[in-house]
Design a protein around this ligand. Structure first.
Ligand code: DLL
Length: 432
């Protein structure tokens, strides 16, 4: 029988031992950035705080936050603590606005990132005999190479299919006998749909596990993917600024464990920036603990989430986070109500009459912001005619009103008319 944990010592450490470890690493990191990166020296001095002020974990709250604009202002390598001669890889996030966010790594950083990935994949049934099809985008995006490295460290057979060419993905799943599929959840749905169209029953293939992440998705979407794909849908979370994927991963009980020996998490109220207690919702903040090239101090992720200390049956003591509700940047305020795309998704996916594929349009109704959701009819419903479609749209709208608390008009469009995702799905179209 193979070992249960990838790294038992680190994954099952007592809370006290973990906190002592984190404190030691935090002290090292704040000193490292203060001594080497002018941006951090100025920021710490501006807040009248020195590395030596960090004597206990709570002292971290005295240190300044780092926001995305600091990365943009210091693009591309102004926040890098080591000379380029020590950098062995640079990743970047495409970003929807402005310049990309860069992520330089030393050889040691890459090694640690790989360990984080291997740890997560191991918790998700990936073993040496696994054939792992990696359909994350290969290249600057951290998804492709991050999963490749982790899977290679475990020693499984990696098929780096990359994102796109969906029919070929299905062919490879069949011919190479993939047991594990890595991609975004929205791309997995695209693959499932294409397989259904091609008459391929994925449940009859060897495919058993999915390793999904890089975008928000709901539990309802996870259930849909598991039922239609015949797989266990595991999750990974992470961001370029910290390492890429590898920040956290689900175990078999769907708890999302944070690699808290590598990233120190906090949750703050996004308005007041004051810490919030475990179990309460707020913005996720991370400080890198072992990174050398570009360690982030109190990085504001904009991801809205909740941290919990649960006693997980998997045996890992690593702190857990809830599924990401959404990015604060994606939060819409409609008629005074805060709405996340994930809330719309959770309602839509419950309706079998429509595909769980959707777009949210924001527009101006006079001076007021308004919302409209477009989703696709399944073939049978579409063929039943406009009256049936109207009836379904009204039913979904009523459920939205009940769950979200505002009137969300729903337009049901013809099958296959919404663009399919091969990476991160674009859910919101802002026409205001
Ligand atoms: O998306 C890294 C990654 C690759 C994670 C593959 C998991 C799998 P970025 O492109 O920098 O990095 O985007 C980071 O994506 O701040 C979240 O808003 C979102 N995100 C990532 N994973 C999840 C997830 C990669 N599991 C941003 N659930 C993050 C919800 C996620 N949102």
């Amino acid at each position: 029988m193979s070992k249960k944990f990838w790294d038992e010592n680190l994954e099952t450490m007592s809370e006290n031992a973990m906190q002592a470890f984190q404190l030691e690493k935090l002290k090292e990191t704040v000193t490292w950035v203060y001594d080497r990166i002018p941006y951090y020296k100025t920021a710490f001095d501006g807040q009248k705080v020195k590395p030596s002020d960090l004597q206990k974990l709570d002292d971290l709250a005295k240190f300044p936050f780092t926001v995305k604009t600091a990365l943009r202002d210091n693009y591309p390598f102004g926040l890098c603590a080591v000379p380029m001669s020590e950098v062995v890889r640079v990743h970047a996030s495409s970003g929807t606005t402005g310049k990309p966010i860069t992520g330089p790594y030393t050889a040691e950083d890459l090694d640690q990132w790989t360990e984080c990935m291997a740890r997560g994949l191991w918790a998700q049934e990936v073993r040496t005999d696994t054939v792992l099809q990696n359909a994350y985008g290969m290249g600057l995006f951290t998804g492709g190479l991050g999963f490749l490295q982790g899977a290679m460290r475990i020693g499984c057979a990696v098929v780096p299919s990359g994102a796109g060419m969906t029919e070929r993905q299905i062919l490879l799943i069949q011919d190479f006998g993939a047991d594990a599929l890595c991609c975004t959840p929205s791309y997995c749905l695209t693959i499932i749909e294409a397989a259904e169209r091609m008459g391929v029953d994925l449940k009859k293939t060897k495919l058993r596990t999915g390793h999904f992440g890089a975008e928000p998705w709901t539990v309802e979407m996870r259930n849909e993917i598991e039922a239609r794909g015949g797989i266990h849908a595991y999750e990974h979370y992470g961001l370029t600024e910290l390492m890429g994927p590898g920040v956290s991963f689900t175990c078999e009980y769907y708890n999302i464990h944070i690699n808290e020996d590598h990233v120190y998490p906090e949750i703050v109220d996004p308005e007041t920036l004051q810490p919030v207690a475990l179990g309460e919702e707020g913005e996720l903040i991370f400080t890198a603990l072992q990174r050398r090239a570009m360690p982030m101090i109190r990085y504001r992720t904009r991801d809205i989430c909740t941290l919990r200390r649960v006693k997980c049956d998997c045996g890992r003591t690593l702190i857990t986070m809830d599924k990401i509700l959404g990015r604060s940047d994606d939060m819409m305020i409609i008629s005074g109500v805060n709405v996340f795309p994930s809330q719309v998704e959770s309602v839509l996916v419950e309706f079998a009459e429509v595909e769980p594929i959707y777009q949210i349009r924001l527009y101006k109704k006079g001076h007021i912001d308004a919302i409209m959701v477009e989703t696709e009819a399944r073939k049978a419903i579409y063929e039943a005619g406009p009256e049936k479609i109207e009836e379904v749209a009204k039913k979904i709208s009523a459920k939205m009103q009940q769950v979200i608390g505002i009137n969300v008009p729903v337009k049901i469009v013809s099958p296959d008319s919404i663009e399919r995702s091969i990476g991160k799905a674009k859910r919101v179209i802002d026409q205001r």
